[in-house]
Ligand binder design. Structure first.
Ligand code: ZN
Ligand code: ZN
Length: 262
């Protein structure tokens, strides 16, 4: 059994929890932790989890909204951290690595096993040192998480084909971004090939992958400044050819509640 939920999603902090369960054990990981320790603990409790329930933290990349709380949580609760060599070096350069925390280097070339969970990191184009995103599995069902990617690639589309659940970035609406208050350099960064996906890019990505097994599609990492939930939801619903109400959305304050794949 695989289930997952989000503690927070957006430019102020991202944190997702995934749990793989077999006959004898349950393995729970955080994917990113862009929250401070108190906030993370409080939001875990909302999902009926204690920090001691977390077996590992998987990091996508070093940006603060994903990595801010990683080493603090890991040190406080003796949890190992899985990340790429590039992400580790970037966090070390910023003084964010806490000595004594168990660190496991992962690469997009080979999957990792954490007890009952299979972890498949894959490379994405984003303006970080060695960014990856993840597909996790209990051996039967697969969940893909894709945020912080400037442009889709064939590699990414292969990795996301045949999933049972997908959490997909819908960062901005292109017209809202250009008409909005951000400085020009920031608009160009967000909309550039190493920035983020807008609603139309996410719609296109979803429309080209194998969607035949998808039971959950959730829009994530929505900009509060440059997007509207209804625009993101409509874009993903067009790609799925489904009712808009079927599409889930992750929010900054609430994330989203447990979703289950049996
Ligand atoms: Zn981000
Ligand atoms: Zn980022």
């Amino acid at each position: 059994m695989l289930r997952f939920a989000s503690l927070a999603s957006g430019s102020d902090g991202n944190c997702l929890v995934a749990e793989a369960r077999d006959a004898t054990r349950a393995t729970r990981v955080l994917i990113d932790c862009g929250l401070n320790l108190t906030d993370c603990e409080r939001r875990l409790a909302r999902l009926d989890l204690a920090p001691a329930d977390i077996d590992a933290i998987l990091v996508t990349h070093e940006h603060g909204d994903h990595a801010y709380g990683v080493f603090g949580f890991a040190a406080a609760h003796n949890v190992p951290v899985f990340l790429t060599y590039g992400a580790l070096q970037a966090l070390r350069d910023e003084g964010k690595v806490v000595e004594g925390v168990k660190v496991n280097i992962i690469t997009s070339r080979e999957p990792a096993a954490i007890d009952a969970m299979e972890v498949h990191p894959f490379t994405v184009p984003h303006d970080a040192r060695e960014p990856v995103q993840y597909v996790v599995s209990d051996g039967a069902s697969k969940l893909g998480v894709l945020t912080d990617i400037g442009t889709s690639t064939v590699h990414v589309e292969q990795k996301l084909s045949g999933l049972d659940a997908l959490v997909l970035e819908c960062n901005y609406d292109l017209d809202m971004l250009w008409a909005g208050p951000y400085p020009k350099w920031l608009k160009q960064r967000i909309a550039g090939p190493f920035g983020h996906l807008d609603n139309r890019q996410s719609e296109r990505l979803l429309s080209v992958i194998d969607r035949s097994r998808l039971k959950h599609v959730i829009g994530a990492h929505l900009s509060q400044q440059n997007n509207k939930p209804e625009l993101a939801r409509a874009a993903l619903a067009r790609a799925m050819n489904c009712e808009e109400s079927w599409i889930g959305l992750a929010t900054q304050d609430e994330g989203f509640g447990w979703r289950e794949l049996v």
